[in-house]
Design a protein around this ligand. Structure first.
Ligand code: AG3
Length: 282
C-alpha cells in the first residue's frame, strides 16, 4: 500500500494511506504533491509538509481569517500573503464588508493546481470581482507597495525553504508599514510543542514593530502536535480583548457559517497554556 510520510519534525511523523496520487511535480519554487486519502480526503503537501486537507482545512482557514476580521470590525482592505490554495481567500471574502482581498502568492502553480485538483478549497474565490491576485514575492510586495490594508494575513509554509523570509524582523516591519492605523497582522506560526523556537523568534521579531505582539491558538489535526500558534501583531491593544457581546453581534450580522469558529472560541483562543507563555521571552 502506498503511503505519504510527512518530513517535518525530528524523529516523529504522520503517515497517510494514499489511494491515488493526482499530481506530483516540482514547481519553480517547491515540490508539490496532491493525493487522495481515506481519512483526510484530498491532501496537498509542499516539500513533504502537509499544507491542506479537505477534511480539516476549515479550522485553520476560519481561525486565521475570522479572528482578525471580527476583532477589527471594519476591514475593507485585506492582504493575504501566500495562501495559494485559496482557503483563506474564501473565508475573507465571506465577510461582506471586505471590499478588496489582495492576495500575493509567490508560486502561481500552487494556485493553478489547487484550483484544478482542490476546487472546494477556494470555492470560487478566485473568480470573485473583489479578488486581486498578484503572483510575486510577498516580501518584495510589502517592501514596495503604496497600498494600505486593515488586516494582513500571512498564510505561509514553515520557516524552511521559500517560507523562511516571511518570519523575519524586516518582513514584519514592512507589514506594519502597510497597515492602516489599528490594523492587525496575523501569521501562521507552527506547532509550538515541536517548533518552540518559532514562538520565541516571532515574539521577539514582531515585537519590534507592534505595541501588542502575541499568539492565539487553534488545533488542526494534520498539523500534528496539538496547539498551533497563530501570530498576532497590532498597535491597538484593545483588539485582543473585544467584548464577547460585540463579537457575537458582529458574527451574527456577518451570517458566517462556520465549523470551528465561534465568538467564544475566538476569545478562548487568546488564553495560552503555560508552556507557550514560557516561550514568549524578550
Ligand atoms: N500553511 C501552513 C502549514 C503549516 C504546516 N506546519 C506544521 N504542521 N507545523 C497552510 C496553507 C493552508 N492554506
Amino acid at each position: 500500500m502506498k503511503r505519504f510520510d510527512e518530513i517535518l519534525h525530528q524523529g516523529y511523523s504522520q503517515s497517510f494511506e494514499v489511494t491515488d496520487v493526482l499530481f506530483h511535480e516540482k514547481t519553480e519554487h517547491q515540490d508539490l504533491v496532491i493525493f487522495e486519502t481515506p481519512t483526510f480526503g484530498r491532501v496537498m503537501a509542499l516539500d513533504n509538509i502537509v499544507q491542506v486537507t479537505t477534511k480539516d482545512e476549515y479550522v485553520y482557514h476560519e481561525m486565521l481569517a475570522h479572528v482578525p476580521l471580527l476583532a477589527h470590525g471594519n476591514a475593507p482592505e485585506v492582504l493575504i500573503i501566500g495562501g495559494g490554495d485559496g482557503g483563506i481567500l474564501r473565508e475573507v471574502l465571506r465577510h461582506r464588508k471586505v471590499e478588496r482581498a489582495t492576495m500575493v502568492e509567490i508560486d502561481g502553480s500552487v494556485v493553478d493546481l489547487c484550483r484544478k485538483h482542490l476546487p472546494e478549497i477556494s470555492d470560487g474565490a478566485f473568480d470573485d470581482p473583489r479578488t486581486d491576485l498578484i503572483i510575486t514575492d510577498g516580501v518584495k510586495f510589502v517592501a514596495e507597495t503604496d497600498k494600505r490594508f486593515d488586516v494582513i494575513i500571512v498564510d505561509s509554509t514553515d520557516p524552511v525553504g521559500p517560507g523562511e523570509v516571511l518570519f523575519t524582523e524586516s518582513f514584519y516591519a514592512d507589514c506594519k508599514r502597510c497597515l492602516t492605523p489599528g490594523g492587525v497582522l496575523v501569521t501562521q506560526n507552527g506547532v509550538p510543542f515541536f517548533q518552540a523556537q518559532e514562538v520565541t523568534n516571532t515574539y521577539q521579531r514582531m515585537g519590534k514593530s507592534f505595541a501588542d505582539t502575541g499568539f492565539y491558538t487553534a488545533v488542526v489535526p494534520t498539523y500534528v502536535g496539538g496547539f498551533m500558534t497563530l501570530g498576532w501583531g497590532t498597535d491597538d491593544e484593545t483588539l485582543r480583548d473585544v467584548d464577547i457581546e460585540v463579537l457575537r453581534v458582529r458574527f451574527e450580522i456577518s451570517s458566517l457559517k462556520t465549523r470551528y469558529y465561534t465568538p467564544d472560541v475566538h476569545r478562548a483562543a487568546f488564553a495560552l497554556p503555560q508552556f507557550i507563555l514560557d516561550l514568549m521571552t524578550d
